[in-house]
Ligand binder design. Structure first.
Ligand SMILES: Cc1cc2nc3c(=O)[nH]c(=O)nc-3n(C[C@H](O)[C@H](O)[C@H](O)COP(=O)(O)O)c2cc1C
Length: 190
């Protein structure tokens, strides 16, 4: 019996996000999303702190976020083009999963490891969505890192940060391959 999982390796060797702006309806149903969430939250998590939580942003919520983002950008006098770009993901999105890094007090687990675990959730959600046949994309944008915006609009506490918003939908185009790392440049054998 071999432990080698050819299908999983093929997937990992060829996986490719689908840019959020190219995704359309339908997005996964709630049941379909649960499957993705179960797979996507099965990630390395030192100390089992679960230093993350998820908010599901369905279409009506994304519309509300877009209008809150517009007001916020205007209140801080953003240039029109900057506002338009910041709003686009919320206006276009059909379904997003907001991955929130939640720093848990711990004497043993450094903060940075909790951050890495939240990043692992993001990638794992993208991979689970792709494996289930959906288009998926991990986005942030400057608003995701704006303390005032995320506390007002997403209700984030001071120990919380946006790790990413993972958008899911139906792909309309298969994107061109993205240049991938040259192992010879990033790997040393010692
Ligand atoms: C933390 C993080 C934030 C990102 N935010 C954005 C973003 O705001 N806009 C964008 O176009 N791509 C963003 N990306 C890039 C895409 O998610 C993705 O990495 C890229 O399209 C290629 O991914 P692939 O290896 O799955 O093909 C981000 C990536 C990471 C890791």
């Amino acid at each position: 019996m071999t432990l080698r999982n050819e299908a999983a390796l093929d997937f990992l060797r060829t996986r490719r996000s689908r840019p959020a702006k190219t995704l359309t309806k339908p997005a996964p149903s709630r049941d379909q999303l649960i499957e993705i969430l179960e797979a996507g939250t099965r990630v390395p998590d030192h100390g089992k702190l679960e230093p993350w939580r998820l908010k599901i942003l369905e279409k009506p919520t994304l519309e509300k976020i877009a209008s809150a983002a517009k007001k916020y950008c205007e209140s801080i006098n953003c240039e029109e083009a900057v506002t338009a770009k910041a709003l686009k993901q919320f206006e276009d999105g059909e379904l997003g999963v907001l991955v929130i890094e939640v720093q848990k007090p711990s004497e043993k687990i450094p903060e940075i490891e909790q951050t890495y675990s939240a990043g692992a959730v993001c990638l794992s959600l993208v991979n689970a969505g792709l494996a289930a046949g959906w288009g998926a994309n991990w986005l942030t944008g400057w608003l995701s890192h704006d303390r005032n915006f995320v506390s007002e609009t997403f209700g984030l506490d001071t120990n919380e940060r946006v790790a990413g918003i993972i958008y899911f939908g139906t792909e309309t185009v298969t994107p061109a391959e993205r240049p991938r790392p040259n192992l010879a440049e990033i790997v040393t054998w010692e």
